[in-house]
Write a protein that binds this ligand. Sequence first.
Ligand SMILES: [Ca+2]
Ligand SMILES: [Ca+2]
Length: 76
Amino acid sequence: MKKLLLPALFLTSFSVFAGTSPSELFKSLDADGNGSLSRTEVAGEARLASTFKDYDADRDGEISSQEFMSYVKSIK
Ligand SMILES: [Ca+2]
Ligand SMILES: [Ca+2]
């Protein structure tokens, strides 16, 4: 059992969103590809839309990939 040698693989496979890695989910939601999620872009994702303020740490009205990833990790 060498699973401890594969932390990267573990992190990549982890997700609070069943079956989808956080980075994949982010990319799929970022419709205009500008690297951040607007309220409009997350409108179809109920869990995200309802917790938008929690993700948006700097309150600029958009969820950056950094904000997204750090929040996903914090609720693990
Ligand atoms: Ca965007
Ligand atoms: Ca933000």
